[in-house]
Design a protein around this ligand. Structure first.
Ligand SMILES: Nc1nc2c(ncn2[C@@H]2O[C@H](COP(=O)(O)OP(=O)(O)OP(=O)(O)O)[C@@H](O)[C@H]2O)c(=O)[nH]1
Length: 452
């Protein structure tokens, strides 16, 4: 079978360069190599061998040691000193087979040393072995190069982590995702990147795997928040695969899902916002009220609800048109929302021209003061309302209700009280605030029963 070399240019017959100053040796070796199916090149001197080696890039050089001019050792030295020929395997052939000569030959980088007189079958066997090794090395190198190209160009971040959490390697995508210079992450620890609880979980998994590699399960993919070098957080899917290479190692694949998360968050936010006024919608307000209600029950703090209704808004629409009505609602919404200052306050459009505000941990008198400030704010906007019978400007009527929630109460009763107060404001001439301190209606009823 003809040995072939799998090179960059595809498969081809192996090429052997034979260097010997004795023409009869050269002829015999050339005949032998051709019989084996190799391409044979010959040179009768070291100088000539260097030229041919550079030009034809043989897969192997059979090099005589004792030659006039440049001898075999010097020729080998020059071959190894030139990057273009340094990787071509060299087999020395010599009658000088003393240990010192043989060792010197190997020290110069030769792969083998054959004693003269040559035994041709042995030469064939040694050449075949070296060519096979070269094929194997080249294919390993090609495979490694292919892998390197994939790892360096893949969009996913890749990390190799040791069992103690130390990062051994990161690819360029990983460095880029996390804001590091190339290879700057090598040597750092996963706890530098992950929050302590998540890092601890991974470390426990690593040590379980390290102590029983066969028994451990793959960790799979999970969403993690990773610390970027600039201090911000990036959201990633991390897939972890264990592998055992002399030591337990873990291959981490990072897939950036920040954008995906951002659009998910944006969708979630959109579902909470009223599209016309851009303040909270009814659904969000109801959820918020429910949470604050529970909190108020635990803390015993009062909860104040403010209900606002635009005065004569039908007339406003009829006079100035629906688009003007929309613009007016936007102005009113912004004015109202500007009074929800604390994280426990929330302003929302509850429907049509009705707005609500929740003030947690706020007693009735403070809520009434806030409501009055909102009323005055909206009047001060001086939005003309040409046909209003109660003011030249657009105004709102406001009802306020405050409760100390108890398990026997419900949010409905708070709404009813605030709505009633708002209708009292309407009936009182509009553009005013009315309050109703409900305390806890249900609790009061229970107390009355117990007292009675
Ligand atoms: N432009 C506009 N108008 C709306 C919107 N939602 C509700 N409205 C109008 O708001 C008006 C509310 O009118 P009513 O409930 O009769 O009350 P009002 O005219 O405000 O009178 P009072 O509340 O008694 O002062 C209706 O004409 C609705 O069509 C909206 O999104 N845009």
């Amino acid at each position: 079978m003809t040995p072939e070399i799998l090179g960059m240019a595809g498969r081809r017959d192996a090429a052997v360069l034979i260097v010997d100053d004795a023409p009869e040796n050269l002829a015999a070796l050339r005949k032998l190599m051709v019989e084996q199916g190799y391409q044979a090149f010959v040179a009768t001197s070291g100088e000539r061998a260097l030229k041919i080696a550079r030009r034809v890039q043989p897969d192997l050089i059979l090099l005589d040691v004792v030659m006039p001019g440049l001898d075999g050792f010097d020729t080998c030295r020059q071959l190894k000193g030139n990057p273009a020929t340094a990787r071509i395997p060299v087999i020395f052939m010599s009658a000088r087979t003393g240990t010192d000569d043989v060792v010197a030959g190997f020290d110069l980088g030769a792969v083998d040393y054959i004693g003269k007189p040559l035994r041709m079958a042995e030469v064939c066997a040694r050449v075949r072995t070296q060519l096979q090794i070269r094929v194997n090395v080249e294919s390993q190198e090609e495979q490694a190069e292919r892998l390197r190209t994939i790892v360096n160009n893949m969009a996913e971040g890749l990390l190799i982590i040791e069992a103690d959490g130390r990062i051994q390697f990161t690819n360029p995508a990983c460095d880029k995702y996390l804001g590091y210079q190339e290879n700057a992450l090598a040597g750092s620890h996963i706890s530098d990147l992950l929050n302590p609880l998540v890092a601890q979980e991974y470390l426990e998994y690593f040590s379980r795997y390290a102590s029983a590699p066969g028994a451990a399960h793959h960790h799979g993919t999970r969403e993690v928040i990773i610390r970027h070098r600039n201090g911000s957080s990036v959201c990633m899917d991390l897939t972890l695969t264990p592998m055992y290479l002399r030591q337990p190692l873990f291959i981490g694949l990072l897939h950036d899902i920040t954008h995906h998360k951002q659009s998910e968050d944006a969708l979630q936010r959109a579902a909470m916002v009223d599209p016309l006024t851009k303040i909270a919608n009814r659904r969000h307000f109801d959820n918020f009220l429910e949470k604050e209600w529970q909190r108020a029950m635990r803390s015993g703090q009062p909860l104040s609800l403010v209900v606002l209704d635009v005065d004569h808004f039908k007339l406003y629409n009829d006079t100035l048109g629906h688009p003007a009505g929309d613009a007016c609602l936007q102005q009113v919404a912004q004015a109202i929302a500007s009074h929800a200052m604390r994280t426990t306050d929330l302003a929302a459009r509850y429907g049509g021209e009705e707005f609500v505000l929740l003030f947690a941990e706020t007693p009735c008198d403070a809520a009434c003061l806030l409501a009055e400030a909102i009323r005055a704010h909206i009047e001060a906007l001086q939005i003309p309302h040409p046909r209003s019978t109660t003011s030249a400007w657009l105004t709102v009527s406001i009802g306020v209700a405050t409760i100390l929630p108890h398990q026997l109460d419900n949010t409905e009763s708070l709404f009813v009280a605030a709505d009633r107060a708002m209708y009292v404001a309407k009936e009182g001439g509009r553009n005013q605030v009315r309050c109703s301190n409900t305390g806890s209606a249900a609790l009061d009823a229970v107390k009355a029963l117990m007292a009675g």
